[in-house]
Design a protein around this ligand. Structure first.
Ligand code: GRF
Length: 189
């Protein structure tokens, strides 16, 4: 059995997509979804999907080993950041080397780093008249969006594209590729 723990800060559409993708896979267990936002919509999705949803605050993430100890109880084979906006602390990186992955809605290293998330990314891609964008799935290290790249998928950006149409295209790519890459990493496909 391969255990996955998911982290999210917002809506959680990627979380739901990943949970649904592995729903019929008897080799994969979604142990829990952890969030740093008490009101995150992802917790509503957890209730509807009947999966564990846990909220944690800054103290338990950065000042103590609370979240680390909870993670250890799940014995995760992979920790998946799916729209998680906080930097991962050193104690997690050190305890789960090469076991934490993230998806970023752009072609890193461009449009990455602090503050580059959600529509901020797509507005910047539009403003810079980029002709392509895409998704980057990468291992997580102690800096935002800097770990080794696992998979990048590109799509074209036309002059007619708006930040909204770019976001829609990128979200569709996230839903298509993220679960498949996770399955490849866990060798459960
Ligand atoms: C996605 O665009 C993902 O690439 C980024 O955060 C967003 C999360 O969206 N890391 P959702 O909460 O999964 O809908």
């Amino acid at each position: 059995m391969k255990n996955i723990v998911l982290f999210a800060s917002g809506s959680g559409s990627n979380v739901e997509n990943i949970v649904q993708y592995f729903h019929e896979n008897s080799e994969v267990n979604i142990s829990a979804v952890l969030t740093n936002k008490a009101q995150a919509k992802v917790l509503d999705r957890c209730n509807r999907l009947n999966i564990n949803g846990l909220y944690f605050n800054r103290n338990s993430f950065y000042k103590t080993d609370c979240v680390l100890n909870i993670l250890k109880t799940f014995k995760p084979d992979l920790i998946v950041l799916a729209g998680f906006l906080w930097k991962v602390p050193e104690n997690l990186i050190a305890n789960f080397p090469n076991k934490i992955v993230n998806i970023h809605p752009a072609l890193l290293p461009k449009y990455g780093g602090k503050g580059m998330y959600g529509d901020n990314v797509h507005k910047a891609v539009r403003a810079n008249n980029e002709t392509e964008t895409g998704i980057t799935i990468h291992y997580v290290n102690e800096n935002y969006d800097e770990g080794a790249i696992i998979r990048q998928v590109k799509t074209s950006v036309s002059e007619d594209d708006t930040p909204e149409t770019i976001a829609h295209k990128v979200h569709q790519m996230e839903y298509e590729y993220f679960p498949k890459v996770i399955a490849q990493i866990l060798e459960v496909e």
